[in-house]
Structure formats: structure tokens, C-alpha cells
Design a protein around this ligand. Sequence first.
Ligand code: FES
Ligand SMILES: [Fe+2]
Length: 383
Amino acid sequence: MPSLSTDLIRQLCQVKPPIMSASTLPPVCYWDSAVFERERHAVFGRSWIGVGRADRWKEPGDFAAMELAGVPVIVVRDIEGTLRAFANSCRHRGAMLLEGAGNCRGIKCPFHGWAYKLDGRLAGAPHMEQTLDFDRSEFGLVSFRIAERHGFAFVCLGSDTVDIDTWLGDFGDIHAPWSLETLVSARRREFEVNCNWKNFIEVFNEYYHLPYVHPDSIDDVYDPPDAPDAVTGQYATQFGTTQGTGGLLTATQEHQLPPIPGLDGRNRQGTRYTWLYPNMTFAASTEAIWMYEAYPISPGRTRIGMTICFPPEALEDAAFGDKADQYYHRCDVAIDEDIPFLEQQQRGLTSPYAKPGRYSYLEPSVANFACWYADRMVIAADA
Ligand code: FES
Ligand SMILES: [Fe+2]
């Protein structure tokens, strides 16, 4: 794992609570290849990485190939319905096994035909009968821990990371009103952005930019937010009330779908923005949740997964299709407004003269993540 300069460690040590005294992350954390390499090990190698909603894999054989901070991974639902995660690397001579997403009955290497069952066992290996002491049972796919919680799927590459429930802490209690487990994905799309993965999730979790970046689309919907919640898990979360729903543009509020069943009180009058460290974030609103996963490709480029979910009852609504289109439109408009700013921020951060800044009270989740990240990067530097 590349080591960090003494100067960078000193700067990361400034990134600590209380957030009103803290500096922002050093700009080098957003573009430097040695920092990026260190993140792969110290952050992504030791976290439960969010890979989206578990209903990406509905049926046995449904798979998706992905890169988790440079590690090619296959996620697949096996015959028994258990979600599995494997290294996307053949046990013969290492070829990548699957690309994209789809459904398969088994996993067959395109290079020399080694065939794996959906539980990772090697089922067939042609022309290996003369190979001495070759025991197929020793050549199953390398597997990783994977867990489904609250309708989300998480993969852990590291073997010494705490279990998923310890990792999430009180996440389930705080989010119980939204019945996250029951929500179904109505639309998912993927795209790439020319910014660091942290920038992408930061902007989703702060109210500061709304009047500047979204003056005509969503700014008027959002009231000043509550203080962030104190939590015990590896996440940040902040609730705020809205004028109408956060799921629609100011101009399209009349297209509201029915609220998530069971949601009441203030929870029915606002949106909770949550950042599951390191790379997954969502807004739990009155009728829907919309969410992003950020998959780093390089320091300045990130692949994004974007999903919108509704309660199953909403899909029964005769007008669901037209109304849901308005929710998709709101998300697309907001992200299309954010992206030019993110790409511009990336260019500014890359200046050799960029320096750490300070936070407003309107960006506590950004600051809380930065503290968490700095801890990971520095603790690993000492390990
Ligand atoms: S590399 Fe997969 S079968 Fe040879
Ligand atoms: Fe935004």
C-alpha cells in the first residue's frame, strides 16, 4: 500500500470533529494516484461497499460484473437464492469470466472452458485428466462476503472487517419508517462522470449548493435542514422538511404518488439524505427513494449507478407510469445540473495551488464523511 507524505498525514489529522473547526479534505485526495491507490486498500479494501439494491439480482442466475475500486467482482444469485460475490478471475490462468449484467445458468470461462456453478464450485475443467494431483474442489472461485440488508446489497473485500450488522449500527432503527426492505426498483441507469468519486457523493449530501446550482428546479422545495443525526454506524444522515415532495421539481408537484405506507409525522413532510460510507447514498423521501453508488475508475473518473425505488403499492396505481416519469425527470434534471459543477470542481481541485477549505453548517454530512475517511487513511498509514 503506498504511504502518504508526512505533510498529507498532518493535513488529514486536521480533518476531525467538531466539524465547525475542521478543514475540508486536502485537494490532493481528489486527484493524486498514490492517494487513490491507498484508498483502494485503506477505504474500499476494508469497508462494506454498497453495490445497489438487492433486486438488481431478482432470479437465480442473475449476475452483474463490476469493478470495486479496481477489483473485478461478479455478484450473482445462486440456485438457492443466495446472493454471492466472487473475484471475476478464472482459477485456471486468470481470465475475466463475465462482463456486463444478465442471467446465466453457470459461469463458464471463455478462454479454455472451465465451468463454475453459481455457488462458485468448479464443475468442469476440460483436458485436465493428465494434470497430477489436480483436485477440482480446490479451484472454486475466490469468494467475498456479501450481505443483503434493508433491500440494499453490500460486498466486503476485506476479511478482517467487522460483520455487516456491526458496520451498519443503528442504520435500521433510523430508517425503519421508510420500510426500505419493501421498496422495489423502478428504474436504474449507469453513467460515468469526470470527477472523483467523493465529489459525486458529497454534492448529493449538502444543501449549500442548492440555490446556486438548482435555483429554478429544486431549491424552493427544500427548507433549511435539521441538524445531522448522531449515529453509531458507518454512515451520515440528515433529515429536512420540504415544501411538497423532494421527489419532484418545484414545477411538477401535482404529480405526487401516494406516500410510503406507514410513513407519518414529520417523516411524511420531508426527505432524509443518507451516505452509507464509503460509496453509496440515497434520499428517502415521502413517496420514493433515489440513490447512487459511486465506483471509482481513476482519481478523476467515476462510474455511477442511479436507482429510483417506490413501494410496491405505488406500482398498482393506474397513473404510476406517468407519475413515475416525473420522479425520474426530477432526478435527471438535478444530476444534469450538478455534473458540470462537479467536473469544474475536479479541475479546480487539481490546481497545484488548491488548499483545504472550511465547512458551512449546511454541509455536515460532507464533514462527517471527511473525518471518517481521514481516519481510515491515517490509521492505515500507521498500520
Ligand atoms: S483462463 Fe479460464 S479456462 Fe483458462
Ligand atoms: Fe445537487
